[in-house]
Design a protein around this ligand. Structure first.
Ligand code: ATP
Ligand code: MG
Length: 444
């Protein structure tokens, strides 16, 4: 017997009631997006409760490879499950392999004598299996997506009741498999879409960065070319010659800063910036940084004050200096002339980190800049000069590249810390740099 006759109405009333309950439970699992093996196992265990001597399994069909893969088999021996996993389908490949290949139900009422079981007799005997009836599980396209098998430890042919039960449960398995495939396809589409968008955004960001670098370098290079021409074509007195050379030196320095910042940013983004972390006493670095900016502060008559404790952080000393220099320079450059810049450390809620605050009493970061402050070239420039930020921005514009905070933010992160705007408004700005405390070092 290879195919089954349609059965009449033979389900018992108690079968129908139990099936309804179990069906509701399985549909609940599907709705909660439970993993497919879990849903299939639930379906099979439910059926085994109604057919106590049967052991059931679901195999999933890999249509491309023409192989059946393990789906679920809650009560079959593991060795048997492993032996069947990957079975190539075909007429004569046991009950399941034949059912999947021919898309018909296949009953091997005694596997010892059934010719389709020749290759699997031993493995079935070891597992104590004597009969196997396999039904194809139809997909939406009416072709098999898997097989639903019922084994017995003795020769057996399905009764009409069993046929009806398996019909219902294999339909449930079909719903579960189709739902899981649809979810997997949807996830794959979403992932592909996200990857495409990320690639597009990255590529746009790279083009924007390139355009901005080109734009930023043009002015100083034009200045260098202009002054070099002046020097070569005109007889300048010593004072003017020195002035032209100073301009060339400053413009070249600006381009160098730009290029080294861009290089650092691209190495940061590529995860290729070498960082070597070591315990660094914060106060020493801060004193050094304040020394470096003192003449710039004096030019803008900015008072510098510090209140840095004995904290020792885990950082790359050169990169930490670079971050702090950026923050303090910003506070001086973008703050008010005659202003005050105050640097301090604060104990943090997390004892494993140290919080460094760089505060100024300047006009605040332009609100429209806040969302993209840590992106390259997030200038607060105002060409019309009409906002309340205009005076500070004008004064700073000359030297501003717009990479400082992007770089400081990235560096803070690779050192295991972070950088955020603590607060910013017309009363001033407070930048917060959090760094890991060196182990064994405690706060002041
Ligand atoms: N303390 C501050 N007060 C007011 N505005 C600030 C402050 N810090 C940063 N900004 C604003 O954020 C912008 C971006 O700062 P960022 O440090 O990235 O670039 P920059 O200072 O303009 O140039 P550089 O690359 O030389 O650091 C600044 O141009 C400025 O408008
Ligand atoms: Mg800056």
């Amino acid at each position: 017997m290879t195919a089954l006759e349609p059965a009449g109405r033979v389900l018992l009333e108690e079968d129908a009631v139990r099936m309804l309950d179990q069906q509701a439970e399985v549909l609940g699992l599907i709705a909660r997006a439970a993993p497919l093996p879990e849903v299939l196992s639930r379906i099979l265990s439910s059926l085994e409760e109604l057919m106590p001597e049967a052991q059931c399994s679901v195999l999933l069909l890999d249509r491309e490879e023409g192989r059946l893969r393990h789906g679920a088999a809650p009560s079959l021996p593991q060795t048997y499950v492993a032996a069947i996993d990957g079975l190539v389908i075909g007429d004569g490949a046991g009950s399941c392999g034949t059912a999947a290949a021919l898309n018909i139900a296949v009953v091997a009422s005694d596997v010892r004598t059934d010719p389709r079981w020749v290759a699997f007799r031993d493995v079935a005997a070891t597992a104590g299996l004597r009969s196997c009836w396999s039904t194809p599980i139809d997909g939406r396209d009416s072709l098999p997506v898997g097989t639903f098998a019922v084994y017995h430890p003795y020769p057996h042919s399905p009764s009409p009741r069993e046929q009806q039960l398996v019909d219902r449960y294999s339909h449930l398995a079909s719903v579960a498999i189709e739902h899981s495939t649809a979810m997997r396809d949807r996830r794959a589409r979403l992932e592909a879409e996200t990857a495409r968008r990320t690639a597009e955004e990255l590529s746009r960001a790279k083009s924007e960065l390139l355009a901005a670098v080109g734009h930023e370098a043009r002015t100083p290079i034009q200045a260098i070319v202009g002054f070099a021409e002046l020097l070569s074509t005109m007889e300048l007195d010593e004072a003017h010659r020195r002035e032209a050379l100073d301009h060339i030196g400053a413009a070249a320095g600006h381009v160098m800063d730009l290029l080294s910042d861009v290089l650092d940013i691209s190495r940061l983004e590529g995860g290729a910036l070498p960082i070597s972390l070591e315990p660094v006493p914060l106060r020493g670095v801060m004193v050094e940084v304040l020394g470096l900016v003192s003449s710039r502060a004096a030019q803008r008559r900015v008072e510098l004050a510090q209140d840095v404790g004995e904290d020792v952080v885990l950082a790359d000393p050169r990169r930490l200096r670079q971050v702090l220099l950026n923050l303090v320079t910003n506070a001086i450059r973008h703050g008010h002339v005659d202003g005050r810049v105050h640097v301090c450390t604060r104990s943090d809620t997390d004892p494993g980190t140290v919080l460094v605050c760089v505060n100024d009493d300047g006009p605040g970061i332009p609100p429209e800049l806040l969302a993209r402050l840590f992106l390259p070239f997030a200038h607060g420039r105002n060409p019309s000069g009409s906002s309340r930020y205009a005076a500070a921005a004008d004064a700073a514009q000359e030297e501003s590249i717009g990479l400082g905070l992007a770089l400081a933010h990235g560096l803070a992160e690779v050192m295991g810390g972070d950088l955020v705007v603590g607060s910013s408004g017309p009363g001033g700005t407070s930048m917060h740099l959090r760094l890991p405390r060196a182990s064994g070092a405690s706060g002041a």
